[in-house]
Structures are given as C-alpha cells and as structure tokens.
Design a protein around this ligand. Structure first.
Ligand code: PLP
Length: 241
C-alpha cells in the first residue's frame, strides 16, 4: 500500500484547484465546439488522504479514480456514496475487492481479469462499467492490449454477464509535444470508431483519455472522461512503492 502525506497541500486548496480544472475543461470543450457536459471529470485521488477526497466532494465532485487496489477499496468503503473508478494495473488476486467496491474499471487489458471481475461482481450491484485499455503509443509500458487485439478483447468482454463494456482507455507516453499528444488521442478515438463499425452491437461511447498535462489535447480529440490527479490534489509524494 502506498502511504503519503502531502505536507504542502491542504484539502481546501484541492477544492480551489478543482475549479481551475473545471474551467480548463469548459474552455477546451468550447474550442472544439463540444458541449462541456460531454466531458466527465474523474478526480484521481491516489496517494491522497480521504480528507482531500472530502474537500473535493464538498464542492460537487462525485467520481474519483484510484490506482492501488487496497488503498482504493479502503477509500471506496469509507465513502460508498461517491463513484469509484479503478484506473491502475490489476493483479488477478486483487479483483474481488475491485469487483465489490468500484463502479468502473478503466484498465481491462486481458480477458482473464475481465472474467474474474464479472464472476466476482455481487449480484445486488449493477454491472461493472469497464473500458479496455489500449497501448496506443507503443511505448515500453506493458499495460494495455495492442490496438490490433482490441476488437477481439472488446467482443469477449462484452459477452460477460456482469460487466458493461463502455469504451477504451489509454495512457499515452507523456510528452510536451502537442502534435504527438493529438496524434495518440486521435488514434484511440479512431480505434473506437473502427470497433463500433466492425461490430455495431458494441456501441462504445466512452474515451477515457487525458490527464493533468494533456487534457486540452484529449478533449480536442474526443475524450469523454479525463482523469485528473495532480492538477487537483497537488504533487504526489510516494512514501513506499
Ligand atoms: C495518476 C494517474 C492519472 C492522473 O495523473 P495526473 O498527471 O496527476 O493528472 C490519470 N490516469 C492514470 C491511469 C493514472 O495512473
């Protein structure tokens, strides 16, 4: 488990930074002639204490993202009225807590994990909303299926009873080069269009892409959900990873 103590960032400052992020989203949407409410904001609270979550929830933020299974389950159990999204790599021995306490999982990149999440989803809960993670920029990172495998994985995931396949997610390599940011995000959008064209039953409607440093490019290329951590909560300090 990752424990951190953000010393310089008080929870109240997170609420102020949230307003700045909302503003960036509205302006980016306007520039692309998109209604701002077509872009959902996921506040990525990994490594930050529950007090920071509370401060941001107090000003209306409902959806929170977590990367580490135990930390995420602890927070989701502490604040069950909020909507929890799992956005980290998933080990197969950690699927149960995720299936029981999260509303969304963005990081499905193998069928085995999806099968476990579906089997372990409690019957009294709605289907787990999921995205297939794609390795769109072909970097060294091992997370995400390759684009050529995405259609087959989507079809297999869509067939599982307790999951609802919503779309695609990517974490492109971090780069300050805006043209490269746009190229990667556009590739994910095109892949979603191709998948929907290849199998009209899938009807993917979610593109989870864009983080603190590249949300403008992601929104210009069609992001429907941006995952924002440091621009809201401040710099992360990892005490033990
Ligand atoms: C940490 C993380 C984010 C947020 O990153 P920031 O750069 O702090 O906005 C978004 N998505 C994923 C998958 C993450 O792990």
């Amino acid at each position: 488990m990752v424990e951190t103590t953000p010393t310089s960032d008080k929870p109240a400052e997170s609420a102020q930074r949230l307003a700045v992020v909302r503003d960036r989203i509205v302006r980016a949407a306007q520039q692309s002639d998109r209604p701002a409410d077509t872009v959902a904001l996921l506040a990525v609270s990994k490594t930050f204490p529950i007090e920071a979550v509370d401060a941001v929830a107090a000003v209306g933020q409902r959806a929170f993202g977590e990367n580490y299974a135990q930390e995420g389950v602890d927070k989701a159990q502490a604040r069950p009225a909020l909507e929890w999204h799992f956005i980290g790599p998933i080990q197969s021995n950690k699927t149960r807590g995720i299936a029981e306490h999260f509303s969304w999982v963005h990081t499905i990149d193998r069928l085995k994990i999806a099968e476990r999440l579906s089997a372990q989803r409690p019957a009294n809960l709605p289907p787990l909303q999921v995205c297939v993670q794609v390795n769109i920029s072909d970097e060294a990172s091992k997370s995400g299926c390759i684009p050529g495998e995405a259609l087959a994985l989507c079809q297999a995931v869509a067939a599982l009873p307790n999951l609802k396949l919503r779309g695609l997610m990517a974490i492109p390599e971090a780069t300050p080069d805006e043209a490269t940011q746009h190229r990667h995000f556009a590739a994910l959008r095109q892949l979603m269009l191709d998948i929907n064209a290849a199998n009209s039953a899938l009807q993917l409607d979610t593109l989870s892409m864009g983080m603190s440093d590249d949300l403008e490019a992601a929104i210009a290329e069609g992001a429907t959900m941006v995952r924002i951590g440091s621009a809201i909560f401040g710099a992360r300090t990892y005490m033990n990873t």
